[in-house]
Ligand binder design. Sequence first.
Ligand SMILES: C[S@@+](CC[C@H](N)C(=O)[O-])C[C@H]1O[C@@H](n2cnc3c(N)ncnc32)[C@H](O)[C@@H]1O
Length: 307
Amino acid sequence: MIYNDKPTNAWDLYWESGALESCITQSDRLAGLAMEAFWGGFAESLPKSAKIIDLATGNGSVVKQLLSSVSSLQVTAVDIAMIQPQTEDVHLASATFVPNIDITNLPYATCEFDAVTSQFGAEYAISDHTRTSEMVLESSRVLSSGGHLKFLMHNTQSALLLSNQAKLREYDSLFASSGLLPTLLKYKEGDASLYDMESAGETFLKLDIVKTKRISGQIFDAITYFLQQPRTKLLSEHITNTLRRIYAERSRLQQLQKAALSESEMIRIVDDFKACGVAIDISEPMLVANENGDKDILGWHILGQKR
Ligand SMILES: C[S@@+](CC[C@H](N)C(=O)[O-])C[C@H]1O[C@@H](n2cnc3c(N)ncnc32)[C@H](O)[C@@H]1O
């Protein structure tokens, strides 16, 4: 097995690329605009120098939107992964980013922040929906009395989840036992021949699944290149790194799938926040227009205030 690291290592690899976003891509223009209004409007509703903590921040997508709107806010941004925000960005540079912080155990004082935010992050820290999550306890604890909480969380009914499921099916077929990627691993170790690779490739192409240019196409291109190279130590390292990235990508999609909240799970979280003294005024699906003029669910929006 090449990729058997902790799930967070998949995020380390992802943020290392310097990407700002993970769930809303640059091609989602309308979703991007909606998010600017969503976070920009919230920033403007707070006192000018409010102290905010952004949970599971990644490379600072929310931070950038908050500070682009109100540059005097004092933002602390934490993530369990080794995040690598682009600090040459004037907005990101003014925030304090702290990697290696588990949001189920925050190293901050009770009532330290005027606002707590999270975008597709806090729900990744919930492992069991039958009891109150430490994430809920901790985010309520660090919030000051009268402080605000605003989260955007994955929704099992969102368009993002549907496209995620399709991608996962594609990856699962590539990973299926005796499939293309396990055969590539054997090829790298000298336990499979060129012929084995070709026949695994043909079997995969015959499978009745959607094969995209972005996933199967790129993997096929990489494998074609590998098969044309002499079997050297360098090639072996190159294949290892490629397989590691593919495993990591699948791990991130699996985590997204697991993190998404059904309506009953969302209701439980809202009740748990209430029990921790944070009254939730809004908990509803957030809708965004798509390019066809219809509306898609982007996630769950929850907005609350600590008593
Ligand atoms: C989908 S990304 C979202 C990042 C960012 N909020 C954004 O919108 O781009 C999920 C993030 O949650 C982080 N994460 C998962 N579990 C965590 C935990 N227990 N504590 C802190 N961060 C966590 C991951 O490392 C990852 O960066």
